[in-house]
Design a protein around this ligand. Structure first.
Ligand code: ATP
Length: 346
């Protein structure tokens, strides 16, 4: 099912949580909504679900204007971070719940509901647990059951709000892989909220990066990593440093030093130069390089991180070197970026 979000604005007591958000989700796509706390991810998910209604704008499910439709009419399946299973029901009853509360005319027979629950338990790789109770399952297993419960109603769209947020890192990682495999099998159009960039970039076909109620960029992991559209996306994804530079006739200078980098078509005038720690190398010669004073050298797992201060305003730049290098760096060093990104200032 394709979903088209068109110029959505959502206010809570006149406070705008979303401003003019538009997004086209393709049928069968796994989409992650990624952004810091308060950026509007959950609000957008709840609007798609029909748990909230837009102040203005529309949401289409295929050709249907779903903007005013209820959750049931939209036929969406949900999993939340703490979507507790019903404690006094067996796993099979939990999975079959959505079907068993349907109006009589569309409700499958009890035996059929049990059969579907068993099938879904196979799909989520927990076969034979039909008669267990939620307390007898681990947290990761319970979230898989919550997903099976969402899938049981054969939803047109699956909506997941930080479904693995409450689990520990190892289980989270396993479930992430598992969800990707499950999605490849079932091909449900899925929208997934997370504030974990690794999770979003590893799992999703496309990632929607949000900040302050707006979409900053929609793209694949490669787009987001290699072609960040805005300064926000660059600094939100991975470690980064920034220095103010001047672009003039395709050349870039920092405080009167001409840097040996190309302006990539950035217009003349003040600009912001963004750098990643692993894209920087320390060079012997100062020509065309950024020079600075070593402030901190520290070991971080397999690498060594060097912080230097550059320019009159003492901007901090972080450099990542192999652990064998840089242990005794001190004083003035010269740094050259292998890769960089320029954005016009202002
Ligand atoms: P988090 O990662 O913390 O869940 P989020 O990106 O999902 O954040 P939202 O929950 O969508 O962000 O919230 C966006 C903004 O809208 C926030 O400033 C929040 O305080 C506000 N907001 C959300 N729901 C309501 C509500 N029911 N009433 C009033 N304000 C709300």
């Amino acid at each position: 099912m394709e979903i088209s979000v068109r110029s959505i604005r959502k206010e809570f007591d006149r406070y705008p949580a979303l401003h003019d958000v538009s997004l086209d989700i393709r049928s069968g796509e796994l989409i992650a909504l990624l952004g810091p706390s308060g950026s509007g991810k959950t609000t957008l998910l709840r609007l798609i679900a029909g748990l909230e209604f837009p102040t203005s704008g529309q949401i289409f499910f295929g050709m249907d204007d779903a903007s005013a439709k209820s959750v049931q009419e939209r036929n969406v399946g949900f999993v939340f971070q703490h979507y507790a299973l019903f404690k006094h029901m067996t796993i099979a009853e939990n999975i079959g719940f959505g079907l068993s509360v349907r109006p009589k005319a569309t409700r499958p027979a009890a035996a059929e509901i049990r059969r579907r629950a068993s099938e879904l338990l196979e799909l989520i790789q927990l076969p034979g647990l039909d008669k267990r109770f939620p307390r007898q399952l681990s947290g990761g297993q319970r979230q898989r059951v919550a997903l099976a419960r969402a899938l049981a109603i054969e939803p047109r769209v699956l909506l997941l709000d930080e479904p693995f947020g409450a689990l520990d890192a190892k289980v989270r990682k396993d479930l992430r892989r598992w969800l990707r495999e499950l999605h490849d099998k079932t091909k449900h159009t899925t929208v997934f909220v997370t504030h974990d960039q690794e999770e979003a970039l590893e799992l999703a076909d496309r990632v929607v990066v949000m900040s302050q109620g707006k979409i900053e960029q929609v793209g694949t992991a490669d787009d987001i990593y290699d072609r960040p559209a805005t300064p926000f996306v660059f600094s939100f994804i991975g470690e980064s440093s920034e220095i103010p530079v001047i672009v003039s006739g395709g050349r870039v200078s920092f405080e009167n030093t001409l840097l040996g980098i190309d302006a990539e078509g950035t217009a003349d005038g003040p600009a912001r130069l963004f750098l990643r720690p692993h894209d920087l190398e320390v060079v012997a010669n100062g020509g065309g390089a950024i020079s600075g004073e070593v402030m901190v050298v520290r070991r971080a797992g397999p690498v060594r991180l060097i912080e230097i201060e550059v320019g009159a305003a003492r901007h901090r730049i972080e450099i990542e070197l192999p652990a064998d290098d840089g242990e005794h760096l001190s004083g003035t060093v010269h740094v050259r970026p292998r890769r960089w990104r320029l954005f016009p200032a202002g």
